[in-house]
Design a protein around this ligand. Structure first.
Ligand code: WQD
Length: 351
């Protein structure tokens, strides 16, 4: 059984990928410092898979502590690196936090991959590496324009670091460029848990609908798009997760075309912010309280994927559509509220 080290295993995409890896016969350990997550999702992983996942609460910026995890797990076949800050708007306000956290930790991790001769490395990259594309849909060969945000720049640098590392060492890598991961596992036992005010669209929608936020802002209604709001490629988190399992199997079976293949992980469908809101209202039956406000610095106008390479080479079959994404996101929000009340009652009883 191959053992995979997942960094950020307590996070949104990390936890869903851990479930998919386990369901496909892999053994998994996680490194997550819980700076942007809790161990709540590990409980959900255990309920879904029956497996208790070991998480090392380690900051990847601490080389010695990171190295110790590799020393304790000499049988690691590969690494999937999710752990990073990922909010476009926040990265504009705090660029140094993003460069330090996202890129310094990557170098530490790769030093361990080299020292312990780990053969496979999969990187959580992002469509933000394309900047504001001239043409859509984007393919993996589309030009990388100047990233619109420091977050996007950290992903562009991350890809370059890995490509140079792969050329110099014996590890084979894969760069997975996510578009907009949304939704929750169909069991509704794991999902997105943004700490504090949500930066991303779908948690902002569901938190507004459940009453956690008074009103949602649509960032910009005057873009040159069909309804004036930005276009994105929303993709269900469980489809993204399964692509990671397929990526490892692709490497294990030596099907990779190069030592660092790149894949777009998007649905191939461009959806505007207003269309996403309409889809949510349709599946939830809730009228969303939102207003169209000023643009958000760092946003690109429109981007969506040409995903042919992933579909054909990884055998990636997308299972969930936009309604499924909104339905599972809403059901998850309702579950979190129920659990919060349960936790509040438990705390009350304990006191
Ligand atoms: C989507 C659209 C906003 C919130 C994300 C991730 C990033 C990367 C790429 C994986 C934009 C609008 C949002 C709100 C809004 N994914 N919006 N009101 O910026 O495309 O980037 O996908 O690596 O990690 O952050 O996603 O969800 O923040 O925004 O109008 O309250 O929704 O302007 O047009 P983004 P997002």
């Amino acid at each position: 059984m191959h053992k995979i080290l997942v960094t950020g295993g307590c996070g949104f995409i990390g936890s869903h990928t851990v479930v998919d890896l386990i369901e496909n016969g892999f053994d998994v350990v996680s490194i997550d410092d819980n700076s942007r997550s809790t161990t709540y999702l590990l409980d959900g992983i255990e309920k879904i898979t029956g497996k208790k996942i070991k998480n090392y609460k380690v900051d990847l910026k601490n080389f010695d502590e990171t190295r110790a995890v590799f020393q304790e797990n000499e049988d690691i076949s590969g690494v999937i690196h999710f752990a990073a800050f990922k909010a476009v708007g926040e990265s504009v306000e705090k660029p140094l936090d993003y460069y330090e956290n996202n890129n310094f930790s990557l170098v530490n991790l790769l030093k361990c991959v080299k020292e312990f001769s780990i053969p496979y490395f999969v990187f959580s990259s992002s469509c933000t590496v394309y900047g504001n594309p001239d043409d859509v849909p984007v393919t993996e060969q589309s030009p990388e324009k100047k990233a619109e945000s420091p977050y996007g720049a950290t992903k562009q640098m991350g890809e370059r670091i890995i490509q140079d590392f792969t050329k110099a060492e014996n590890t084979s890598s894969i760069l997975l460029r996510y578009f907009n991961p949304v939704g929750a596992h169909p069991s509704i036992l794991i999902g997105e848990l943004p700490l504090g005010r949500p930066q991303n669209l779908v948690p902002a929608i569901t938190q507004t609908a459940i009453g956690k936020l008074p009103q949602m802002q649509v960032y910009g209604g005057d873009y040159p798009t069909r309804d004036g709001s930005c276009v994105r490629d929303y993709i269900h988190v469980s489809d993204i997760a399964h692509a990671h399992t397929l990526a490892f199997e692709y490497l294990l079976n030596k099907k990779n075309k190069t030592r660092c293949d790149i894949f777009n992980l998007g649905s191939g469908n461009g959806v505007t912010v207003l269309e996403a809101i309409q889809a949510f209202e349709k599946v939830s039956g809730k009228k969303l309280n939102y207003k169209v406000g000023p643009r958000r610095p760092g946003d690109v106008v429109a981007i969506y994927a040409n995903n042919n390479f992933a579909v054909q080479s990884l055998g990636w079959n997308i299972k969930f559509n936009l309604d499924d994404m909104m339905h599972t996101a809403w059901q998850w929000e309702l579950k979190v509220k129920e659990d919060e009340e349960l936790i509040r009652k438990q705390k009350h009883t304990l006191n």
